[in-house]
Design a protein around this ligand. Structure first.
Ligand SMILES: C[S@@+](CC[C@H](N)C(=O)[O-])C[C@H]1O[C@@H](n2cnc3c(N)ncnc32)[C@H](O)[C@@H]1O
Length: 286
């Protein structure tokens, strides 16, 4: 205390270097780019709970494939949240995606766990595999990113080339019911350690027949601040008849079974005008 009174100037200088702690509002940074450009965030939001999907897909392979399923392919694989889990279960797995950041994330994780980096950048309606696989899957509406019916038809053709006879393509998507809901909004939150993400997706427009425009927002909280990202994309819509017509246009597919997003292999569903979330188990015929 004596010293402080004798040298007040020094005391003031010391104070200005170490200001008293004041609670600051963390800075919010607006992230550029698209939601799929941030695979770490995508994987936290969508990759936290995959067990039901994983079990269901294996049940489908056991119940509906006319061949032993050992090799798998995922078109539009994203971060490979399912690929890595299937690799750990002993399946040979590969996938593709348009987004090079997602593919890089996916391959790095495969390598980290001792598997080959088998994801590659490609358009899911224009690619070829060296060897057909026993089964393929595409579960959470990624297929609806194909904005034109011709692109979807091309996808069904290349997938028929990619899957061996007797093999399966398990395809999950939301159909538009005859009386669509007025407000469509979904939100999720996920956290890993100090990283927390709140994600919201909502329908903003129907700009053309069969096109829906969605906005998606990530609100990210980290120890050193906050980030926010808003992006929008289009989905092609399908009613029951449109999706059945699409499958019928590629005669190498037959519908083996139909389920919904509860992923319960004991509960096949019937298609009606009110059907929304649906998982088609398509079998590749000769
Ligand atoms: C909702 S994410 C799904 C990712 C992954 N299938 C999963 O289940 O987590 C949709 C993915 O589709 C990809 N995508 C969109 N259009 C594509 C296309 N034409 N060909 C390949 N991938 C595409 C996006 O880059 C994104 O990674």
């Amino acid at each position: 205390m004596e010293i402080a009174l004798k040298n007040p100037a020094k005391k003031t200088a010391t104070r200005s270097k170490q200001p008293a702690a004041v609670a600051k509002t963390p800075k919010t940074v607006k992230l550029p780019g698209h939601i799929y450009d941030y695979p770490k965030y995508y994987d936290l939001i969508f990759g936290s709970d995959c067990q039901a999907e994983l079990n269901f897909l294996q049940d489908c392979f056991d119940c509906f494939a006319d061949r032993k399923v050992k090799s798998l392919f995922e078109p539009a694989c994203g971060t490979g949240r399912l690929m890595i889990r299937f690799a750990k279960l002993g399946f040979r797995i590969s996938g593709n995606d348009l987004n090079d950041k997602a593919v890089d994330f996916c391959n790095r994780r495969l390598v980290k766990y001792g598997y080959r980096p088998t994801a590659f950048v490609a358009d899911m309606c224009d690619f070829q595999l060296k060897k057909p696989v026993d089964a393929a899957f595409n579960t959470i509406n990624s297929f609806r990113h194909l904005e034109h019916p011709e692109m979807a038809a091309a996808h069904m053709r290349v997938m028929a080339d990619a899957v061996a006879p007797g093999g399966l393509y398990v395809l999950g998507l939301h159909l538009t019911p005859a009386e669509p809901a007025e407000i469509v909004e979904e939100s999720w939150t996920a956290a890993r350690g100090p990283l927390k993400i709140r994600s919201k997706m909502w329908l903003v427009d129907r700009p053309a027949p069969r096109i829906e425009t969605y906005r998606m927002k990530y609100q990210v909280t980290k120890p050193n601040g906050r980030e926010v990202l808003e992006d929008q994309f289009n989905f092609l819509t399908y009613n029951v008849q449109q999706v059945l017509d699409l499958f019928a246009a590629e005669p190498r597919w037959e519908i083996a079974a139909i389920f919904d997003f509860t992923y319960d292999i004991q509960q096949p569903v019937a298609l009606t005008d009110a059907t929304e979330d649906v998982v088609f188990v398509l079998r590749r015929v000769d």
